[in-house]
Design a protein around this ligand. Structure first.
Ligand code: FAD
Length: 484
């Protein structure tokens, strides 16, 4: 079978791309999973996390953040959406004005209000909560969380191959000629595409390229070996808590009508600061790995394999009970938690590789400069709460212990499947793996559509930007297919 474009992966990236390609193009959308979560397909055995990435449970970032289904990880995601700010993408090879154009298109596609107007409106409403260091910003939450509902709206020019796994490329130095896939009966067949787009999620897309290099000995990354390197996440951390006895927050900074307002740093990237943002939570649930386990199971409506591996059910139910009890206590005491999301700088030692069995080996590192930024942001958060909300603020002091930071936080820091940086986008092949149009620098007809192309991660949740880049890629392919 021959197609103009073959998209591998029907998560948010692949589905958004397929929805925006011209109806004149003959498109194949290949997806390993089905509409519902299948334990047979999702073995959660993608690989191991060596450093960070094992919280709330072992191999969370490598294996539990790689759901195979139509809709991909949108089956389990929380739906927080926000564009990246101008300063967060200043090292990207795309102009912010152009990216903004695609944010507007993604807003329309995902049925969001205009983010800029929402921010302006909320900065007026929350004017008493602004100071020199913090301004307000707002997330929107997608109404229909799982992207699988877009599938029924796809035109007939898109042929969907579900329960079909991409296996390998037939490739020469410059081009992919054919891809080999296998169906649910393990029968292999080949598909020919003028253009191949990897939309397998950041880790799996990077794995495909690393594996092709390993098996075929053909360079897929760049001359500096950057493929798989510069892995970034958004480390999530509870900084501490405070008592809002005077009820200053009232119902502010809470989620309503699919919107949530929080605080963003006003002047990131000054004095060794990366970006950071804060929300105030009512409960300590996010500190409790077992409520996170339960949330994951409820979202899937199934118990995934390995989630209770080496873990006692008694401990699970006991911790849930404690969590519930704490929740009630905290409500009575007006106790709120300060929840931070941090940006990491690109770091060549933070990387994914393949082990001897070709499974993912995730070496997610947090660098000294990241920790310096986390400490400064924590102090700014504490001062903010003291100035605007409550004197009774208690910060986890171990955050400031730079020497023992990695030891203290390896099993505490949460990353939520925001995998970025391993096939970075750059104008010049020296610095990245794909160009500004998401095409591999070293190949003529392979594109990557995922957060692995982000050259920096900011603190904004990635999926809204992934969708915007997918629409931009669709425009590029619609206009240039003949020239590529
Ligand atoms: C618990 C959790 C909460 C999250 N919350 C948020 C949030 O609030 N906001 C936010 O922005 N992001 C969030 N994320 C991240 C978000 O889910 C991802 O950014 C998003 O799903 C990425 O979309 P994608 O299409 O690039 O990849 P994926 O969603 O991973 O989809 C890739 C698809 O490709 C398929 N595939 C892979 N390999 C093959 C193969 N060989 N053959 C065929 N098909 C293949 C997979 O089966 C999968 O369906 C969260 C993630 C998790 C795990």
């Amino acid at each position: 079978m021959e197609f103009d474009i073959i998209i591998i992966g029907a998560g948010p990236a692949g589905i958004t791309l397929a929805s925006h390609l011209s109806k004149k193009l003959n498109v194949a959308l290949i997806e390993k999973g089905t509409e519902k979560y299948s334990s047979k397909i999702n073995t959660n055995d993608h690989g191991n996390c060596n450093d960070y990435g094992n919280y709330p449970y072992k191999n969370y970032s490598s294996s539990f953040s790689s759901i195979s289904s139509i809709g991909g990880n949108s089956m389990v995601w929380s739906g927080w959406s926000i564009p990246l700010q101008k300063d967060e993408v200043k090292n990207w090879p795309i102009n912010y004005s152009e990216l903004k154009e695609y944010y507007l298109k993604a807003e329309k596609f995902l049925d969001f209000k205009n983010f800029e107007n929402l921010k302006k409106k909320n900065n007026k409403i929350y004017k008493d909560f602004l100071n020199n260091n913090w301004e307000v910003n707002s997330w929107q939450f997608i109404k229909k969380k799982n992207f699988n509902h877009f599938i029924s709206k796809l035109d007939t020019n898109v042929k969907i191959f579900s329960e079909t796994e991409f296996v390998k490329f037939r490739i020469n130095e410059k081009k992919i000629n054919e891809i080999i896939v296998k169906d649910n009966k393990k029968k292999e067949f080949s598909l020919i595409g003028k253009i191949i787009v990897l939309a397998q999620g950041a880790l799996q897309s990077t794995k495909t390229l690393l594996l092709t290099e390993k098996v075929h000995g053909i360079k897929m990354g760049n001359e500096n070996g950057h493929l798989g390197k510069f892995y970034m996440e958004h480390p999530h951390l509870h900084l501490g808590y405070f008592y809002d006895k005077k009820k200053i927050l009232k119902k502010r900074f809470t989620k309503k009508n699919f919107e949530l307002t929080g605080l963003y740093l006003k002047k990131p990237y000054k004095n060794d600061l990366l970006n950071g943002c804060l929300t105030f939570n009512n409960e300590s649930l996010l500190l409790n790995p077992d409520t996170l386990r339960l949330q994951y199971i409820l979202r899937l409506k199934k118990i995934p394999k390995n989630i209770f591996k080496d873990y006692s059910l008694i401990k699970f139910f006991y911790n849930l009970m404690i969590g519930f009890f704490n929740l009630i206590k905290e409500k009575i005491l007006d106790k709120k938690f300060i929840y931070a999301r941090f940006e990491q700088s690109p770091n060549i030692n933070s990387r994914m590789e393949l082990d001897d069995n070709n499974k993912i080996k995730l070496n997610w590192k947090i660098s000294k400069s990241d920790i310096v930024s986390f400490c400064k942001i924590t102090s700014m958060a504490k001062n903010y709460v003291k100035e605007k909300i409550s004197n009774q603020v208690f910060i986890d002091k171990t955050i400031y212990d730079k020497k023992n930071w990695n030891k203290n936080f390896e099993n505490k820091i949460l990353g939520i499947g925001h995998h970025m940086g391993t096939t970075m986008m750059s104008k010049n092949s020296h610095f990245g793996v794909v160009d500004e149009n998401l095409k591999l620098h070293y190949k003529d007809n392979i594109f990557v559509c995922s957060s692995s192309v982000f050259p920096s991660g900011g603190v904004g949740h990635p999926t809204f930007t992934i969708c915007s880049l997918a629409i931009r890629l669709a425009d590029h392919l619609n206009n240039n297919l003949k020239k590529i």
